[in-house]
Design a protein around this ligand. Sequence first.
Ligand code: HEM
Length: 424
Amino acid sequence: MELPPGPRSPAVWQTAGWMVRPAAFLRGVHDRFGDPVTIRTYWTEQPMVLFSHPDAVREVFALDPATAPAGQSWEFLRPFAGSHSILLLDGEEHLRERRLLQGPFHGERMRAFAPLVTDLATRELEAWRGRVVTLERMRHLTLEVMLRVVFGARDELELRRLREAIDTTLEGVRSMPRVLSMIVVRRDLGPRSPWGRFRIAVERFDALLLELVARRRAEPGVGDSLLSLLLEQVDDEGNRPTDRHIRDQLVALLVGGHDSSAASLAWAFERLARHPEVQARLAQGEPDYLDAVVKEVLRVRPALTIAPRLLLAPARIAGWTLPAGVQVAACLWLAMRREDIWPDAAAFRPERWLEHPPPERRAWIPFGGGVRRCAGAPFAEMEMREVLRAASGLRITPVRPESERARRSMLVVVPARGGEVRVG
Ligand code: HEM
């Protein structure tokens, strides 16, 4: 079985392009080889076939999880994510987990959290003056939102202890060289080795989370956080989740939702700084326009570039029969840059969402699709809307006129200079 064409350069070069200049790399391979294209990077052990045509993307999302699991792509996170993690499960177990998570993430319930997000965002933005590296600030803000809204931290002490534990744990997985060194030397070489330090940080974090869950079970706050909603879950057999299970759900939400939201918001500021006309219209407070800005940011700068699946058996996608042992991916980045679907695709133009006919919704896939579509999408969109609404009174200009290019930071794509802007 033949794989679709792709670059012949050594994997080390392709990995460098993939990591350091992902946007140029993806555009380059697409321009040269078309759709689909096969790339080889150290990111995955297997070659990866990228698809971007909406029909092919739909076929990838519809693959049977028994032969095309997604959970294996997250395997390296197992020591942190835990064995009940939605990220690692596939098939029936994965669906059961999704049913449990979906209730709390209902759009209606998300709206109830909006005032708290607005409050936290307003407090953050009040301090913005002069040069601001928005990615750093958004990592801070989205973590505060996570701790308050998802984890339900109630006081400064709970917040501080969780914040510190997360900082030390995530520090271990955020830097790519460190992750690679941990995967290579995944043996515990004592408390000072990277793996040893990571393991100790995870243990500390776990102890804190389990304590938090126990406190919330003792003093439930009715629907005041996602944690209290998660504690009310009952599975198909009428069982309540165990503490360990809740712990794994919280960590999945943290891993799935923290960096992705921070990156998307940093891109929003990077784009707004270069589009004063969009800022001006945003300041008029039209809800539909705000929504259009959020959609357009997620389209032109999706924080996740691919949704990968590992083929355990041959599969037929877009007319290609692909062998077991390769990765296939819906390439979110390329799919939302197709000129045949998004005229003037590279332009940041929220207005396109308000025109008639509106853009084809099925081609808008920043949250992936199918049974693994982002479980936190309603939360992420609500958070972006509230932060951008709170920022709509600021005057934001670029520090340097040229657009920031994209680079990878662990699992997400971020602005290379951190979305630096000047405020005021
Ligand atoms: C703008 C921010 C976000 C973006 C762009 C994003 C995007 C994605 C994408 C592309 C996937 C993978 C889909 C696939 O493999 O098919 C995903 C999965 C997931 N996301 Fe998000 N996400 C965001 C925010 C969030 C938030 C805020 C949360 C939670 C509070 C969250 C929780 C999850 C979870 C739990 C999964 C795994 C779902 C599963 O495996 O069934 N995400 N997200």
